[in-house]
Write a protein that binds this ligand. Structure first.
Ligand SMILES: Nc1ncnc2c1ncn2[C@@H]1O[C@H](COP(=O)(O)OP(=O)(O)O)[C@@H](O)[C@H]1O
Ligand SMILES: [Mg+2]
Length: 409
């Protein structure tokens, strides 16, 4: 949707997309078409891009990036935004990322990488802080288990290494020392050498108010968050720059968006928890509403290897998103319910509704996933964005709809 609003864009094809992709938005929006496609199949993506005469392919999720979709597009002479498969290992393999961080002297929790349960258990016994167990491979954001005892940590390691939890992704694990501090994430857009730091948004991962209840893919976000410039400088110098330099040295320069998860220790050390090789959801719904200019031009410049920092600028405003979820989420969600109140919600001032788990059934909008809609609002202040977002969210209805009431407080 943001790309369809970019001045340089004449039309957008989304694969596989959702019900929001066939609806035209308000304002200057290029036509959006939806196309069924196995986005994890590099050859299929190349063929579709050729057929649709696509000038720039933006590869969004981590799975197709790790499968080499960008490599295949580049080989076919089609401009693509996103890292190569080799560079996408920063997210695709937590073991790779941790070893890389150690080599580059990037601050990160002490750890061990192993495929052997006995070795994991020894590390857990020997290190009173070794309490976090992570599946090496992609696990849909659910592969990290934070525990609070030796027994729980060992059980998590056993489940992954011997019990097949997370399948192949859990055949190797990272056991991490538990870090304390304040978590934050930083997005940079980079051509491998130069980079542009995007505004910082705070996200809300738990399902319930006050951070109660199970983890989700994200229930809301607000930005910009004011970050101490000294801390931002440390993050750039100690995490971002060595990551880009190390990837260049390894012969696998990193291009695209890099989203680093960081635990800022009480002494200010920015410990790298993880790298993601894509935009964060739902933070990005906030980020793109804080940017003026042409995101497509920025992405095209990265694909061409020449970051054009002037393509976007950070606007003077605040943005917030509250995610309206289906009954049951984050467990298996109830699907196929009619979405009510869409029009009233969308017509609230400063509000834009972003589709996630939606579909069309006989022309009617229905729920089709856990996180159904993102209600985005912009405002001159955080408070105004918040008031607007909740005014709109209240208009939405389906059986069992739920959203957090404390985003941005
Ligand atoms: N070493 C650690 N110390 C404390 N908390 C951690 C540590 N590693 C991960 N976590 C917590 O677990 C969450 C998920 O871990 P992460 O590495 O981001 O994996 P993923 O996002 O793939 O599930 C983090 O956001 C953080 O809250
Ligand atoms: Mg994470």
């Amino acid at each position: 949707m943001t790309l369809a609003r970019a001045p340089s864009v004449a039309s957008v094809v989304v694969a596989p997309g959702n019900a929001g992709c066939t609806q035209s938005g308000r304002g200057a929006v290029a036509p959006i078409a939806r196309r069924a496609l196995d986005i994890n199949d590099p050859a299929a993506v190349v063929a579709a891009a050729k057929e649709e005469k696509i000038d720039l392919v933006v590869v969004g999720p981590e799975a197709p990036l790790c499968r080499g979709v960008v490599d295949a597009l580049s080989a076919a002479g089609i401009a693509a935004f996103g890292p190569t498969a080799a560079a996408a290992r920063l997210e695709g393999s937590k073991a790779y990322m941790k070893r890389f961080a150690k080599e580059q002297n990037i601050p990160t929790a002490p750890f061990v990488v192993t495929s052997d349960y006995a070795e994991a258990a020894r590390f857990i016994d020997a290190n009173p802080r070794a309490r976090v167990v992570k599946a090496d491979g992609l696990a849909g954001g659910k592969g990290a288990v934070v525990t609070s005892s030796v027994d729980e940590a060992k059980r998590a390691a056993r489940d992954m290494l011997m019990g097949g939890r997370f399948g192949d992704a859990g055949r190797t694990v990272v056991v991490d020392a538990l870090l304390e501090g304040v978590e934050m994430s930083v997005h940079v857009v980079t051509d491998g050498e130069r980079y542009l730091v995007l505004p910082v948004a705070r996200d809300y991962k738990r399902v319930g108010d006050g951070g109660e209840g199970p983890n989700t893919g994200g229930m809301g976000a607000i930005g910009p968050i004011v970050v101490d410039p000294k801390l931002m400088k440390r993050i750039e110098q100690e995490v971002i720059q060595p990551t880009l330099a190390g990837m260049r040295e390894a012969g696998t320069p990193y291009r695209g968006v890099l989203y680093a998860g960081i635990m800022v220790a009480p002494d200010g050390t920015p410990n790298l928890l993880e790298h993601n090789v894509r935009f964060g959801d739902p933070e990005t719904q906030v980020l793109v509403h804080l940017l003026d200019g042409d995101l497509a031009e920025l992405m095209a410049s990265v694909a061409a290897g020449e970051l054009d920092e002037g393509a976007v600028a950070v606007g003077e405003r605040h943005a917030m998103v509250v995610v309206a979820a289906a009954d049951g989420y984050p467990g298996p969600p109830r699907e196929g319910d009619l979405v009510g109140g869409m029009e009233q919600a969308a017509m609230q001032e400063g509000v834009r509704i972003v589709h996630a788990g939606t579909d069309l059934q006989g022309g009617a909008l229905v729920t089709a996933g856990g996180r159904v809609l993102g209600v985005v609002a912009i405002g001159e202040s955080a408070e105004q964005a918040r008031t607007r977002a909740y005014r709109a969210a209240e208009k939405l209805s389906w059986p069992g709809i739920h959203f957090r009431r404390d985003i941005g407080t």
